[in-house]
Design a binder for this molecule. Sequence first.
Ligand code: NDP
Length: 289
Amino acid sequence: MTTLLDGKALAATMRADLAGKVAAFAAAHGRPPALAVVLVGDDPASHVYVASKVKQTAEVGMRSVEHRLDAGCTEADLLALVDALNADPAIDGLLVQLPLPAQIDAASVLNRIDPAKDVDGFHPVNAGKLAIGEPGLVPCTPLGALALARLARPDLAGLHAVVIGRSNIVGKPVAQLLLQENCTVTIAHSRTSDLAGLCRTADLLVAAIGRPLFVTADFIKPGAIVIDVGINRIALADGKSRLVGDVDFAAVAPLADAITPVPGGVGPMTIAFLLSNTLRAASLRLGEP
Ligand code: NDP
């Protein structure tokens, strides 16, 4: 029988555990960990994500600080805010919600964040640490994808993992994490030939593509673990819309040993690991392991 990898439930368990650790941190240091979130402009999806992050940060007992800048702000305005938050000793974690307006170079902004406060794990120092296997802050969505894969099978060693997608924020860090788990990892992308055939050799398939229902039954080795990172909104005939993943769940689930749903899979895990990274950044900044 196929196991549903329930990210909503696992994230709730993680948050309950984190709330206890946050309370212990606050008791030891006289203040809870603090996360600053910077939102630029009016992107509706970004507003929803930021509201969720702010709410869940507060729910586990951490301090949440939100900064909003107008869509027309300059890169210099944003960099000045990042500099101020980097310098503020009361802020432990800092993230700038993506995407940014066209006049701002996202890489310049992400590179300006203090790596010790980089709870998204996107700074080149943290990406480099992940690549060479040194402890650092690791991107949240890849951590969520790995946690769900380990829910299906605690020891992933020796599995052939195929990751579809090579972005810096999902595909590459997922592949690095799976390599650290001793998987044999193949990274596929838009120029991969015979993608479905390659995926049929995967014991563990991670889809991080951004194309609705792209992965069909034809991609699946029977008994595989399937982790769907994709979040896509599709229009329905009645004028409404719904969220779907990169995997055609209905077609793939009967073949898989374990599979994540969308919504309720990797998505909730991403915010849970953001909270976990914030506590980690706070502890590391105070010299704790
Ligand atoms: P990107 O657009 O940055 O990367 C997509 C990757 O998919 C690229 O490497 C691209 O290949 C590859 N790709 C695109 N089309 C094909 C194709 N036809 N065949 C094979 N590979 C293809 O996306 P992200 O990595 O940022 O995000 C991926 C998905 O994950 C999206 O749906 C996004 O919404 C979702 N997401 C979910 C999060 C969560 O919290 N659950 C967080 C972040 C993202 P190439 O490099 O050759 O162009």
